[in-house]
Design a binder for this molecule. Structure first.
Ligand code: 26Q
Length: 801
């Protein structure tokens, strides 16, 4: 039989194909006969890189020659996810790449699967930084992202019978075709009396459908060349090398804690390291353009992503005063005109505070500056609010007591012109609670900018069948102007369209079912309701409440109740030192083990814990979600962004009035959202009267039965002690008010079951969720930052080279 003729390669595909062949020889030094899949992945990436370099170089040229005002986004985390497919979509080359791969006997899917993802973030905050980079490029805004090039990103999670196990993420082990080292841009940073050098590594961030490619600049720590020359001369070679290794550990690993665990010396060193390098880089750019340092704030707007880079307030002061000879008052006006700060949490235990001794050891000059900022700040307060020493103590940059500490959030607020929260409720609570005193002092400093997600990665890349259906139904504008999704509304009652919608959703669910089978070995029914909670594991996010609900469902099914088939899918990492979060994973795994083999379930309940939730896995999960679980204790989730990704892809939400859920519900309509639970205000009132879970539990036979079943060892091979800490916590203090919301959660879940049984109505609600979610584009968030905070305008880039 004749071999099948290869598909004809389109012209651009032809160019990609030739570039791939060339790189196999010139970059990988191989012939086709020896090439591995990874070699081919590298070649395709390099071929794509060759194409995007034009935009990158032209963008840098344009920004330099036009002396543009520039936004810089400082973040300890950038959870980028894989680059290849995103870059292909931005360049409009996805089809061409698929054709080029085919011509080589490969598939684009295999290539994409080869790419290790840069997991340089923990969760929401890091992913937000990545979405924002992409939106800034798409909106043609001059912007630079500054962060740390961690050699090891967020740990890899494996799931065994005992729950989570961690292993390292050596994402750079096989090289990284997406970065360029810039050894000419490296800066010294003095930490604890020793100098560390930060070397720039640049990654291009392409805008969608424009010629702009901005830069993400990540710093890697290097010991200085003449490192510890003294001990080397003295013959202590080994000691010199050890010291060298020590200073290079600065950018070794991302701390895997979000919200919790503090006070680590290395963590503070990481913060000053990347902040100082970034600010020195800005001074270098200023100088190279002949702009005086007193114009710093006209050239740059600096956004602090939470308090992790808040040391920038003191470091910018230090550089202005000590290095550039500016006087204090001028330096302070420049600093506060430059910096703005985004807060991402209300949880008091998550607020960064560094012990004075540690600070003094590592950063004595910066501490001196902080004391001076504080002295001047308190002086003005004393005049404005005479006779209120408690107020001054509450506002001070220094927390008094036996262990005095620097409050980084206070430093950030005092050193910024604008402070924003990330959803309306969160921003209101910031003003009413966490920063209430500051809001009295500076009422106009506080504002809200609700988070968003990029529709390129979270719709066009993650869900090609949905993207194609949208293109067909409402044109292609939605990808740059997500509000255009509104045009879908009339189609929500169009039978023909709903059928195609169903088809798209089935495809996504079948794709996820295949992944589940691969990753867990469990077969799930793609026609069952996919009920999904993926996010970091945290008590305030209440995965344990969802787990209790699953146990209740199991009991009801065993008792013969007729409930529609559900597949309940969990995913997310627990901080390695967070015992309760790990126990919650252990519970879900134990439940899955028993429930998935129980013949009494008769295919009506499956429980899955998908290991190693990541950007890559998220791209497979979000499109396949029927029910989005957003069930945090009201007032605790600053915004959430997974909620937006799911709703955008047509999921219905079951959720509390927390974070951006409130705004999602307002937009999609209360008929298309399953609301339950106490509000933040109601919980505050309950707290004032003294909360106890027992009265709630005593009136709830089903909840008691579920808790007893867990306590009996049913999901732990007879071990009655394993889950004791979790159950005892729920029944005694229940800090996250699970028991207060459990009954109403069950009611809402019952409504979900009935709604699911009317497939036509469910589809209509699904369409309306997508149609009404355009607001949650990160383009809209970034437009707000640019207009209201940064005052940065677009600078279109033309092809010039
Ligand atoms: C702090 C000190 C020491 C070590 C680690 C940390 C640390 C690291 C990461 C503290 C917090 C984080 C991450 C926080 C985070 O992801 N917050 C989430 O931000 C999202 C984007 O705004 C919101 O949508 C989420 O609601 C919020 O939880």
């Amino acid at each position: 039989m004749a071999s099948p003729t290869p598909a004809p390669c389109p012209p651009k595909g032809q160019a990609l194909l030739e570039a791939m062949r060339r790189h196999l020889f010139s970059s990988q030094a191989k012939s086709a006969s020896l090439a591995t899949i990874h070699d081919h992945y590298v070649c395709l990436s390099l071929a794509v890189r060759d194409i995007l370099l034009t935009s990158w170089v032209d963008t840098a040229d344009t920004y330099t020659s036009q002396h543009v005002r520039t936004a810089t986004y400082m973040s300890a985390e950038f959870l980028l996810g894989p680059h290849l497919e995103n870059n292909l979509v931005s360049l409009g080359l996805r089809e061409e790449a698929a054709a080029a791969c085919e011509a080589l006997g490969l598939t684009l899917e295999e290539m994409l699967a080869e790419e290790p993802e840069p997991g340089l973030g923990n969760g929401g905050l890091g992913r937000l930084a990545a979405c924002f980079q992409e939106s800034m490029a798409t909106l043609e805004l001059p912007a630079i992202g500054y962060g740390i090039r961690y050699e090891f990103g967020i740990f890899r999670q494996q799931i065994g019978p005992n729950g989570q196990m961690e292993s390292t993420d050596p994402w750079l082990a096989r090289g990284n075709p997406w970065e360029v080292i810039r050894p000419e841009w490296s800066y010294p940073v003095l930490i604890g009396g020793q100098t560390v050098i930060g070397v720039a590594y640049d990654t291009p961030i392409l805008g969608y459908g424009v010629h702009t490619a901005n830069t993400l600049r990540l710093w890697s720590a290097q010991a200085p060349d003449a490192f510890d020359f003294a001990s080397f001369n003295a013959g202590d070679y080994t000691r010199a090398v050890l010291h060298k290794v020590q200073s290079e550990t600065l950018s070794k690993v991302l701390y895997p804690n979000d919200e919790l665990e503090q006070g680590k010396r290395l963590r503070l060193s990481q913060q000053i390291f990347f902040v100082s390098c970034s600010l020195q880089d800005m001074f270098r750019i200023l100088g190279s353009q002949g702009i005086p340092v007193t114009e710093f704030h006209r050239k740059f707007a600096v956004q602090l992503n939470d308090t992790h880079p808040a040391i920038a307030v003191a470091e910018l002061m230090r550089l202005l005063i000590d290095v550039h000879g500016v006087d204090w008052d001028t330096a302070w006006s420049i600093t506060t005109a430059t910096i703005s700060y985004t807060n991402h949490t209300l949880l008091p235990e998550a607020l960064e505070a560094w012990g004075l001794e540690l600070f003094q050891q590592l950063l004595p000059r910066q501490l001196q500056i902080i004391f001076e900022i504080n002295a001047r700040f308190l002086r003005t307060l004393r005049i404005r609010f005479p006779g209120q020493p408690e107020l001054l103590e509450r506002l001070s940059l220094i927390e008094e007591g036996p262990h005095r500490k620097v409050r980084m959030a206070h430093l950030a607020v005092v050193g910024s012109h604008t402070v924003n929260g990330v959803a309306e409720l969160h921003s209101r609570l910031l003003k009413e609670n966490l920063f209430a005193d500051f809001a009295r002092v500076w009422p106009d400093r506080f504002t809200n900018i609700t988070n968003g997600v990029t529709p390129r990665r979270w719709l066009a890349v993650a869900n090609p069948p949905l993207a194609a259906l949208l293109n067909d139904a409402i044109g292609t504008d939605w990808c740059r102007h997500l509000d255009q999704l509104r045009k879908l509304e009339p189609l929500a009652t169009d039978a023909g369209f709903l059928e195609r919608w169903q088809g798209v959703r089935e495809q996504a669910k079948e794709r996820l079912a295949a992944t589940i089978r691969q990753d867990t070995g469990v077969l799930v029914d793609p026609s069952s309701l996919f009920d999904v909670q993926v996010k970091r594991i945290h008590e305030y996010k209440r995965q344990h409440m969802a787990a209790l609900q699953v146990v209740e469902r199991y009991l009801r099914l065993r008792a013969g109740e007729d409930l529609p088939p559900r597949t309940v899918i969990f995913g997310g990492k627990a901080a390695p030192g967070y015992a309760m979060a790990k126990l919650i994973i252990r519970l879900i795994v134990g439940m899955a083990e028993i429930i998935n083999i129980d013949p009494a379930m008769d295919g009506r309940l499956r429980v899955i814990f998908l290991p190693n939730f990541s950007v890559k896995l998220g791209q497979k999960i979000y499109p396949a979600v029927d029910l989005s679980e957003q069930i945090s204790t009201a007032g605790m989730e600053a915004s959430g962004t997974g909620n937006m990704k799911m709703s955008l892809n047509g999921a219905l939400t079951i959720g509390t009035l927390d974070g951006a859920n409130i705004e999602i519900r307002e937009r999609v309509g209360d008929d298309n959202f399953f609301l339950f639970g106490h509000t933040a205000e109601q919980l505050a009132a309950i707290n004032r009267n003294g909360y106890h879970p027992m009265p709630w539990l005593e009136n709830d036979a089903l909840a008691k039965e579920a808790i007893d079943l867990i306590g009996s060892g049913h999901f732990s091979e007879g071990d009655r002690d394993l889950f004791h800490p979790l159950l005892a916590n729920l029944c005694s203090s229940d800090p996250f008010r699970v028991m207060a919301d459990l009954g109403d959660y069950r009611r809402a879940q019952n409504e979900v079951d009935s709604a699911w049984c009317d497939a036509g109505r469910w589809s209509m609600m699904s369409v309306l969720n997508t149609a009404r979610c355009g607001f949650f584009s990160s383009d809209r968030s970034i437009q707000e930052y640019a207009d209201r905070i940064w005052k940065v305008a677009p600078v279109p880039v033309n092809a010039c080279s």
